[in-house]
Design a binder for this molecule. Structure first.
Ligand code: SF4
Ligand code: SF4
Ligand code: FES
Length: 459
């Protein structure tokens, strides 16, 4: 670590780090478009120009090496003048789209204009150059050429991260534009990230466009349940009171597990995770009554989609009524794994296979149970079709369930990912259906406390 001086104040930073990222850790913002932690330095946008004491001209912060004792000025007249100049250049032909643009509210260009610019346009609307709009690039990515600031993040993402090279910059100078390489549409399992990394509204999601203004969304930190990688995500759900709670999108949340990205399978899995409105309370009460007299006639099957809390509660339920407890975690899909690129996706398509094993819930469903209660969260109960039972009761978060419960995104829960990392997922909003732990509480007539020492063992 070395000390540098920013606007007269000393800060300790990593000498080998990037100036923009290092100062972000101290909540100091240097405006930028093309630099991205996962894509490295490109140096094409010039938005990050700052005054460096001792240098004749402003320098790009993204590519200025950190040196002990260096002094920079990010609020000086010179830095501000340069930023206004770059923004003026960006806005010359930028459309007046903010009122209808899906990026409004989370657009760097809009934010920088408000923070550092606020100039009137010197080009009239009639004189602005018109470019392509609503170009379908494939994989639910829609491009709006007029809004593009040519930072090339999208191009670099397909080169560096997915290694699929679908995008390129065509033309030269003022005719430069983002185009599909050889006219072939985007075709990779991580395409949705292109929309996230575009700093302006030039890349939008066909799935999300025009569905919600972002300031009407609340974000909840959660963990994707799509496979046992356990990527960190934001759940963006409806914020308005007195309206049906609804999830509008999943977005990546930066973490050591997934970096800055998630796969499209996980991203769009929110569609299978909306609240199902069905009142199964009578069925829960009837089953609770039967368990109290005939509990030992039932067995339980816990799938690896459940949280550690839910699995532990099932162990208590099994003990209470002397029931057999089995586990099922074979949700493997070998074709899901990536051979190149980000390689986040792993074949087992539930989040907690490791947790199931660590809690010692056996995988041996060897005897034919007379009555089996299956607990499973996720899109379907198809896996159970390969077994035969006299009487099967399905408790889960999809509409095939006999008793519908809250999904993994509507309750708090811990899982262990493929690398045995403990992951915590927060429920987006209070569910309309009971959580699995509430159902178990009704079965045994009391709430079960989760033994926190289980988490400590995995932390
Ligand atoms: S489309 Fe977005 S990410 Fe791609 S170059 Fe333009 S502004 Fe940058
Ligand atoms: S890699 Fe797995 S955990 Fe990550 S987003 Fe995709 S499905 Fe979800
Ligand atoms: S972020 Fe430094 S030049 Fe673009």
């Amino acid at each position: 670590m070395v000390e540098i001086i920013v606007d007269g104040e000393k800060f300790s930073v990593n000498e080998k780090g990037n100036l923009i990222t290092e100062l972000k850790k101290h909540n100091i913002e240097i405006p930028h478009f093309c630099y991205h932690e996962a894509l490295g330095v490109s140096g094409n946008c010039r938005m990050c120009l700052i005054e460096v004491v001792g240098q004749k001209r402003p320098q790009i912060a993204c590519d200025t090496p950190i040196k002990d004792g260096m002094e920079i000025k990010i609020n000086s007249e010179l830095t501000r003048a340069v930023q206004r100049g770059i923004l003026e250049l960006e806005f010359i032909n930028h459309p007046l789209d903010c009122p209808v643009c899906d990026q409004a509210g989370e657009c760097d260009l809009q934010d920088y204009y408000m923070k550092f610019d606020l100039q009137d346009s010197k080009v009239s609307l009639a004189d602005k150059v018109k470019k392509g709009k609503r170009e379908d690039l494939g994989s639910l990515v829609i491009h709006d050429e007029e809004r593009c600031v040519l930072c090339r993040r999208c191009v670099r993402f397909t080169q560096i991260c997915t290694q699929t090279n679908e995008l390129a910059v065509g033309g030269r100078g003022e005719h430069s534009h983002i185009m599909l390489m050889n006219g072939k549409k985007i075709d990779n399992p991580y395409a949705g990230n292109i929309v996230d990394i575009c700093p302006v509204g030039a890349m939008t999601s066909a799935d999300f466009r025009f569905k919600k203004r972002v300031w009407h969304l609340q974000k909840t930190p959660a963990i994707c349940q799509g496979c046992e990688r356990g990527c960190a995500i934001w759940i963006d759900s409806n914020k308005a009171k007195y309206q049906d709670s609804k999830i509008y999108r999943f977005r990546p949340r930066e973490s050591s597990v997934n970096g800055y990205f998630i796969c499209d399978y996980g991203r769009y899995s929110y569609k299978d995770e909306q609240v199902i409105k069905r009142d199964d309370s009578a069925k829960i009460s009837a089953l609770a009554l039967d368990l109290r007299t005939n509990g030992d006639q039932y067995d339980i099957l816990a799938s690896s989609s459940l949280s550690l809390e839910e699995m532990s509660a099932l162990k208590i339920l099994a003990n209470e009524f002397n029931m057999g407890l089995y586990g099922f975690s074979d949700f493997r899909d070998e074709s899901f794994k990536d051979e190149i690129g980000l390689k986040l996706r792993v074949p087992n398509k539930t989040a907690n296979r490791v947790g199931l094993n660590k809690l010692g819930i056996g995988r041996n469903l060897d005897k034919k149970s007379k009555n089996l209660i299956v607990f499973h969260l996720g899109r379907d109960f198809e896996f159970i079709n390969k077994f035969e039972f006299d009487n099967l009761i399905k408790i889960g978060s999809n509409s095939d369930a006999d008793i519908v419960c809250a999904s993994s995104y509507h309750r708090d829960g811990h899982t262990l990912n493929i690398d045995e990392k403990l992951r915590f997922s927060k429920g987006a909003f209070e569910p309309l259906s009971p959580k699995i732990c509430d159902i178990i509480a009704e079965f045994i007539g009391r709430r079960v406390e989760f033994d926190m020492s289980i988490l400590k063992a995995f932390a």
